[in-house]
Design a protein around this ligand. Structure first.
Ligand code: 9WN
Length: 447
């Protein structure tokens, strides 16, 4: 089984390579996506370290002067009509060496320091030349990764407590998650916008699997207000209807600081390494203080405008398990949630949303289907806290799922049937990692 899965994953990554970067999938996502590039690099390094580094470099060449790493880098060879919202709609100014309209103006979860460290660790196994390349690339990326973190922890510290806010559901990577329902209800939904701006996703995928038109009109409206202010974050809370602190985004933010501590250590920057570790701890403390609900005993998204926690129990609430500084009580609570009927790891990996919720939707994107990337992060959390048996069960559940159903974008949470895009890069790349690497992050507890 593993040779077959390995070979099919390699074929997907071959198909989706453009010569400069990887696309998530040829038809539905014909540009480069930010957190996809990180998950992709983590697996691509096993078969082609040069491409893994190239993909990360190509993303960071589009970094803005303020440090933000855009959620999509547009491929100039792809027509405006092939993706909506495309470069003309975002209309971002020229920056750095990139032309105007080279990217979107929003971000995605900062998975890249984690990816850079994983790629570096594994590239060394390919011999001396790869080791030298890895060192050069790591040195190039480090200050850029630091700038990315600084942007998120300063300009996006809209709630003032040291967590980053997402100002568009697309920034979370968990687009139509029920975690945003309350906060999104306060965003005007102007369906007329979809007459002016036509959805492209429905031309290449099943409408029942995708966000609704009401969701989409709000997505478009939010871009329009951010764009009207030149994508500036100054005073954003007062003029922008959506600002949320997400437990998944912020757990990745803290884990990125830990990865940066390891990178800084490797580059001989001891003081910087200490500062990164301290920042990881501070973000962890803020996650617990702001996003933990003692009644539900899980983590939720916080609406910065209203100060209220979302009532939804989503997979994002399990993501703080990635944090080594989490107290034993919080770890136990996440484990209870992960083992409960709501998420229960068994034959299948965990779904994106509480299976027992009345509005659990087996088809629609982040409202029920299961995704390999968040399960990969959950497995990482299990390893960090020494739950080796559960981590191994989850690893084999993911491998089995993809082997039986293909490298789909997401999967039916009851039958495991593949949904969304069929040859999806991060599913393929993370399958390679799950087949190849059973090692544990350096800061993990002994099991
Ligand atoms: C909008 C590319 C991206 C992923 C996101 C996923 C989906 C885009 C969309 O696809 O979002 O960015 O059009 O729905 O939700 O996590 O990065 O694979």
């Amino acid at each position: 089984m593993s040779a077959e899965l390995w070979n099919s994953a390699v074929r997907v990554l071959e198909t989706n390579w453009t010569g400069d970067h990887m696309v998530p999938s040829r038809k539905l996502y014909p540009h480069q996506w930010s957190w996809d590039a990180a998950f992709i690099a983590i697996g691509l390094v096993y078969v082609n370290p040069t491409r893994a580094w190239r993909d990360l470099r190509s993303l960071f060449e589009a970094q803005w002067p303020d440090g933000r790493v855009p959620h999509i880098v547009f491929d100039p060879a792809t027509a405006e009509a092939d993706y909506f919202p495309g470069p003309g709609f975002w209309d971002v100014p020229a920056y750095g060496d990139r032309p105007a309209r080279g990217s979107t103006g929003i971000v995605q979860p900062p998975m890249h320091a984690i990816a850079a460290w994983e790629v570096y660790r594994h590239a060394a196994a390919h011999g001396a030349a790869c080791g030298q390349q890895a060192r050069t690339e790591l040195e190039w990326l480090y200050p850029r990764l630091v700038a990315q973190q600084r942007y998120l922890t300063t300009s996006r510290n809209l709630g003032g407590a040291g967590l980053a806010s997402v100002v568009h559901p697309w920034e979370s990577g968990l687009d139509n998650s029920p975690a945003w329902d309350e906060a999104m209800a306060n965003v005007p939904a102007d369906l007329g916008l979809l007459t002016t701006y036509r959805r492209r996703d429905l031309a290449v995928s099943d409408a029942a699997h995708r966000p609704t038109d009401v969701d989409y009109s709000r997505y478009v409206g939010l871009v329009l207000t951010y764009r009207a202010g030149g994508y500036s974050d100054d005073g954003l809370l007062e003029r922008h209807a959506f600002a949320v602190e997400c437990p998944s985004f912020n757990s990745i933010l803290a884990s990125a600081e830990l990865a940066l501590a390891q990178i800084a250590g490797e580059l001989g920057l001891a003081a910087e390494a200490r500062a990164h570790r301290d920042r990881a701890q501070a973000i962890t403390t803020a996650i617990v203080q702001r996003l933990w609900n003692p009644q539900t005993r899980t983590f939720h998204a916080l609406d910065v405008h209203t100060g209220k926690l979302s009532p939804a129990r989503c997979v994002s609430g399990l993501m703080p398990l990635m944090l080594p500084d989490l107290t034993a009580g919080h770890v136990e609570a996440i484990m209870a949630e992960a083992r409960s009927d709501r998420f229960g790891i068994g034959e299948l990996p965990v779904p994106s949303y509480d299976r027992t919720a009345p509005d659990f939707d087996t088809q629609r994107y982040w409202r029920g289907p299961l995704w390999v990337n968040v399960n990969w992060l959950l497995r990482r959390g299990l390893l960090v806290h020494g739950f080796r048996d559960e981590a191994e069960d989850l690893r084999t559940a993911m491998v089995r799922l993809v082997h039986h159903n293909g490298h789909f974008e997401y999967f039916h949470p009851v039958t495991g049937e593949g949904l969304g895009a069929p040859t999806f890069s991060w599913t393929a790349a993370l399958s390679l990692d799950l087949l190849a690497d059973r090692s544990v992050p350096a800061y993990a507890r002994a099991g």
